[in-house]
Design a binder for this molecule. Structure first.
Ligand code: SF4
Length: 482
């Protein structure tokens, strides 16, 4: 999971990309980059760094990153972990094209071999699947200055070979920007327009509407699954549907990843989370479960917990206090780091918990580390009973599309019943959202629910090789940092 931005038509494009990335920080905290093209000097300018967006870019950055067009990326590593060479955007200076990618290409190792077989002179600089996409695009481009027609043609050819999830923003050396999205629309991408810039009007792509709203872009539309969009430096927009399949956006965007202020698939993330709480409350009622207090696990589950409190007429209490200076645990990149972060992250208000039946609302239970630690904290605080509810159904399959919970044995719901999960986590009861409840809450006709159901929107037969490579990569990182 990563955050993307692409902007054209304003002299502040790099600064706007920076602001957008600040608003997309939750989508990846490993590092970030912004790339511009300065046509007066005929050169690309790029700045990348590890860590949080605000620590990478400074005022000086924006004196260097000149030009009316820019693309930016904030990274959440699933392949290649901490390697700074993997920070995006990636640039091919021969063709004058740069891209940034959110998603995962399941058949990237196979494509890499194919490219090398066809063009043995090609030198890959990284192991990244995003570089494979860039290389594929470049090999499908004719010589000369790319334009909308040649870029669309190259994207269409590339789409026919790429398996997996991809939302892409790109920049061409003549200051045009482009974007495209995989035929299933697994990863999100939006386009907005702003009037009254020095250049007349500007356009921006971003992974979430919140980034566009913040920058006062309006007329926001989704880049459609399988669609490509090309916008020249002069503001001429061309959109083309290249390859459509069944729309299958990742359900996890609404459940956990996206900012609550964003909209996805025409549905507000806030409303989806509220609905998740309402539907889960019905299930709690149906099972005859009663509690004295409803506690959200901060931050993502707060909206669902409020909805449950209203529906069950049970007091909502924020009794797990978060240390805001500790990174989100889920996207820390190894088990030990995650455990330590959870311990430092939350603190219970003991006096309010003692003797109470606590219904604890979490957005999802993936490995169970967070849940286990939280249950321990609440038990130690003297709770009489702990009921854990998850707004997401049990996750028991790998994600091949960019969320890092790859190995089924790492997932607490893998091969366990609800009773066994409750025992594993040390709670009195555990209640999960149903798949039907999830679909109803998100108000989407179709979704990717692969990690829940084991049915994926694309062929994942290459997934085994992909998983093996990812595990090797993770183990290598752990060895290197041991
Ligand atoms: S498998 Fe799960 S986490 Fe991965 S894209 Fe599909 S719904 Fe999202």
């Amino acid at each position: 999971m990563c955050g993307l931005v692409g902007i054209v038509g304003t002299d502040d494009s790099a600064y706007e990309s920076f602001v957008a990335l600040m608003n997309l920080q939750h989508r990846g905290q490993d590092g970030a980059g912004i790339l511009t093209v300065d046509t007066r000097r005929n050169q690309f300018n790029v700045q990348k760094g590890s860590g949080l967006v605000e620590n990478i870019f400074s005022e000086r950055t924006f004196r260097t990153l000149k030009g009316p067009a820019s693309i930016g990326h904030t990274r959440y590593a699933t392949i290649g972990r901490r390697d700074p060479n993997l920070l995006q955007p990636f640039l091919d200076s021969d063709t004058g094209i740069a891209i940034a990618h959110n998603g995962n290409i399941v058949n990237c190792y196979e494509l890499r071999e194919e490219i090398l077989a066809k063009e043995p002179h090609v030198l890959f600089a990284t192991e990244s699947d995003s570089e494979v996409i860039l290389r594929l695009l470049c090999t499908n481009l004719p010589g000369g200055q790319p334009d909308a027609s040649t870029i669309f043609d190259a994207i269409q050819r590339s789409m026919s070979r790429l398996v997996g999830s991809y939302a892409i923003v790109g920049l061409v050396k003549d200051c045009a920007i482009f974007a495209f999205r995989d035929p299933n629309g697994v990863r999100p991408l939006f386009l907005g327009r702003k009037e009254g810039t020095a250049n007349g009007h500007a356009y921006a792509f971003a992974s979430e509407t919140v980034a566009l709203d913040y920058l006062e872009y309006t007329d926001i539309t989704e880049v459609q699954p399988g669609e490509a969009v090309y916008i020249t430096a002069g503001g001429e927009v061309t959109r083309k549907m290249l390859l459509k399949s069944s729309y299958s956006p990742c359900m996890f965007e609404w459940v956990y990843f996206a900012r609550v202020e964003s909209e996805m698939g025409g549905e507000s993330v806030y409303k989806a989370r509220f609905n998740l709480g309402l539907i889960l409350a019905e299930e709690v009622k149906r099972r005859g479960i009663e509690a004295d207090l409803i506690l959200p696990v901060p931050e993502t589950s707060r909206i669902a917990a409020i909805a449950m409190s209203e529906a069950l007429n049970t007091p909502f209490r924020e009794l797990l206090i978060k240390n805001r200076y500790v990174n989100r645990t889920f996207i820390l990149d190894d088990q030990a780091a995650r455990k330590e972060a959870i311990r430092r992250k939350l603190f219970p208000i003991t006096r309010e918990i003692v003797g109470k039946r606590c219904l604890v609302v979490d957005d999802s239970i993936v490995r169970g580390n967070t849940a286990l630690q939280i249950v321990k904290l609440i038990r130690q605080a003297g709770a009489k009973e702990v009921i854990l509810v998850s707004t997401c159904p049990p996750i028991s399959n790998p994600c091949y599309y960019g969320i890092d919970f790859p190995t089924p044995s790492e997932l607490v719901a893998f091969n366990r019943t609800e009773e066994q999960i409750a025992e594993e986590l040390g709670v009195d009861r555990v209640v999960y959202q149903s798949v039907e409840g999830l679909k109803k809450a998100l108000e989407q006709k179709s979704l990717c629910t692969g990690c829940i159901t084991g049915t994926y929107p694309t062929d994942v037969s290459h997934g085994i090789l992909f998983e093996e490579q990812r595990s090797l990569d993770r183990n290598r990182q752990l060895t290197e940092t041991a």
